[in-house]
Design a protein around this ligand. Structure first.
Ligand code: PPS
Length: 284
């Protein structure tokens, strides 16, 4: 039996999603001008970004990130848990979504709400997803990485095709309320990226506050924070001990792809991402 249901051509893991909520998120959920949304294709560094934005809001004070689970600090719009929290919340909201562009709340496109979209080398997204989802009931269990690569290239995975997701959201480039970040830049220059996020959100941090944001959002600090490392996730989702904080590096795909797999991937990437300026994707 498949672990998914399909909505408008996109697969959603049946264990955490409901068709009605996906539909309501798109058609009825009202995004307000003062809201901020982190959007990503899964395994792109979403939780790292959430942690950073939470710490920016508290000026580096770790109390919030150490006392409230990450999915309640920035609820996922389209989930059974996140949706009701958000519709009942007053004031500016901070939220997250993995939704592809065409399923995102329609109200966003009439609002001034801010979206931060984070991208990551899709080869690393793939490897991260393979090791993560293989330990959950979110996807059908792939028998090998090769099978998972096939699914990834066809878009037969939760939230659909990475290529479509990225193409869709990149059409927002150039809008004032859209900030594009990459996992690779965040790794290379974390401080600079945090400053960029502060500028976008209109926040000013003192240098010592910025140091605290860096300290508490580091891979090691997040790995040790049970509110952020997914160790509190419900047992019916986990099959084999779930690790969110796996390696936290750029380029791990090179340890896993064969030469042929890398060539096949490159070919599909070139075809599907044709037309974007060279240099937009900051990975090799
Ligand atoms: S999810 O489940 O889709 O929301 O996953 P997501 O948070 O998008 O991505 C998980 C990957 O992000 C890495 N990660 C980090 N890297 C560096 N520094 C920090 N602080 C950090 N936090 C999370 C995490 O390790 C996953 O990548 P892999 O390659 O699997 O290690």
């Amino acid at each position: 039996m498949s672990a998914y249901f399909w909505f408008e051509g996109i697969a959603f893991p049946a264990i955490v999603y409901k068709r009605e909520i996906i539909e309501e998120s798109r058609d009825k959920f009202v995004i307000r001008d003062e809201d901020t949304v982190i959007v990503s294709y899964p395994k792109s560094g979403t939780n790292w970004l959430i942690e950073i934005v939470c710490l920016i809001q508290t000026k580096g004070n770790p109390k919030w990130i150490q006392s409230v689970p990450i999915w309640d600090r920035s609820p996922w719009i389209e989930t059974q848990r996140g949706f009701p929290i958000l519709i009942n919340k007053e004031g500016p909201r901070f939220m997250t979504s993995h939704l592809p562009f065409h399923l995102f709340p329609k109200s966003f496109f009439r609002s001034k709400a801010k979206v931060i979209y984070i991208i990551r080398n899709p080869r690393d997204v793939l490897v991260s997803g393979y090791f993560f989802q293989g330990n959950t009931n979110l996807v059908d269990n792939p028998e090998s990485l090769r099978t998972y690569i096939e699914w990834f290239l066809k878009g037969n995975l939760p939230y659909g095709s990475w290529f479509e997701h990225t193409r869709g959201w990149l059409s927002m480039r150039g809008n004032d309320n859209f900030l594009l970040l990459s996992y690779e830049d965040m790794k290379k220059n974390t401080r600079g990226t945090i400053e960029k996020i502060c500028d976008f959100l209109g926040k000013k941090l003192e240098p010592d506050e910025l140091d605290l944001v860096l300290k508490y959002s580091s891979f090691q600090a997040m790995k040790e924070n049970k509110m952020s490392n997914f160790s509190l996730i419900s047992e019916d989702i986990i099959t084999n001990g779930l690790v969110l904080m796996r390696k936290g590096v750029a380029g791990d795909w090179k340890n896993h792809f064969t030469v042929t797999e890398a060539e096949t991937f490159d070919k599909v990437f070139q075809e599907k991402m044709a037309g974007f300026p060279p240099g937009l994707f900051p990975w090799k």
